[in-house]
Design a protein around this ligand. Structure first.
Ligand code: SAM
Length: 303
């Protein structure tokens, strides 16, 4: 559903703690820990997320986990259209009969986002044109959701998400740091991450026991892209290299049940990439992994 051109848009009215409590009590809602439910109760943070997402009035926004619809109202005010995917069916009456009932540019889908074909959704609802993704993500499943969006190449102009600060640190970590790993490389291969805000626990209900961060991931495009011959191979190598953190790259490649390189093969590709034999995976940049991946791919490895 899209709102008519001359229609005056409804302003967000959720966001204050008192309103959230009122809605939760009205529907006798019980938080489900297994769904990572920490609802936002600070209008300044909600506005920050919308600003960080750079939503324009022609944008379609995909929201994962609308909760009681607080962020959804702010997104719907800024965007042309919002499609919100919520797993908890107990929240659906709250969204459809109450908090979002007057928003004709919002569609709520009751599904587990992990089971959905998001590319298909974008094709159906936005003619395949890139959407903006925005969410206060459930923390128990942050990495799988982001990896799904990135690996499946969901057409999007930006991904703006609230995540645990520790996860945001891993996403933008550089080689040689403790936080650097497979998540840093995946996020930075597909996107350029930028931290937008730090958010303390008192901005949520219930309060999480960790600090949170709003981070925007902008997909790499054109010259900014990192190209490899075989994207899947690149990530197999990255996973093998970080499987045993304190081991050398050589051991990571040799001991990987997935790659199964012989000692000679591992030595040869590491030397061909110009790395010392004793190098550790955590010291290699994304470009280094890309070079190693192309060398292996050119040699038909793993065979
Ligand atoms: N957007 C709301 C807000 O900011 O107040 C709620 C955010 S809360 C951190 C995460 C939301 O994601 C919850 O509503 C939860 O039920 C929903 N959720 C959890 N796992 C999900 C999944 N696999 N698919 C879709 N929604 C999910």
């Amino acid at each position: 559903m899209t709102s008519g051109e001359n229609q005056v848009k409804q302003k967000p009215w959720l966001g204050q703690p008192a309103k959230t409590i009122e809605i939760l009590q009205k529907y006798h809602f019980r938080f489900q820990k297994k769904y990572g439910q920490n609802f936002l109760i600070d209008p300044h943070v909600l506005e920050k997320i919308v600003r960080a997402a750079e939503i324009g009035e022609d944008d379609m926004v995909l929201e994962i986990g609308p909760g009681i619809g607080t962020l959804t109202q702010y997104l719907a005010y800024a965007a042309r259209e919002v499609c919100a995917i919520e797993i908890d069916r107990n929240l659906i009456p709250i969204l459809t009969e109450d908090t979002l009932k007057d928003w004709d540019n919002v569609t709520v889908i009751c599904r587990d986002v992990m089971d959905m074909d998001l590319c298909e959704l974008v094709r159906e609802r936005n003619n395949g044109r890139p959407v903006r993704i925005a969410a206060n993500l459930p923390y128990y499943i942050t990495t799988p959701i982001l990896m799904k969006i990135l690996e499946e190449h969901v057409p999007c102009r930006s991904i703006t998400v609230m995540v645990q600060s520790e996860v945001a640190d891993r996403m933008r970590a550089l080689p040689g740091t403790e936080e650097y790993g497979a998540l840093s490389l995946a996020v930075q291969y597909y996107t350029v991450p930028e931290v937008k805000a730090s958010v303390p626990p008192n901005c949520f209900m219930p309060r999480p026991n960790v600090g949170s961060t709003v981070i925007t991931l902008k997909p790499r495009t054109g010259d900014n892209r990192i190209c490899v011959r075989d994207e899947k191979l690149l990530f197999r190598i990255i996973r093998a290299s970080f499987a045993q953190r304190r081991k050398t790259l050589m051991n990571g490649l040799r001991n990987s049940a997935d790659l199964q390189l012989s000692k000679e093969q591992a030595e040869e590709v590491i030397a061909a990439a110009g790395f010392p034999a004793s190098v550790r995976g955590e010291k290699l940049s994304l470009e280094d992994f890309a070079a190693l991946s192309d060398i292996m791919s050119a040699r038909g490895l793993p065979s």
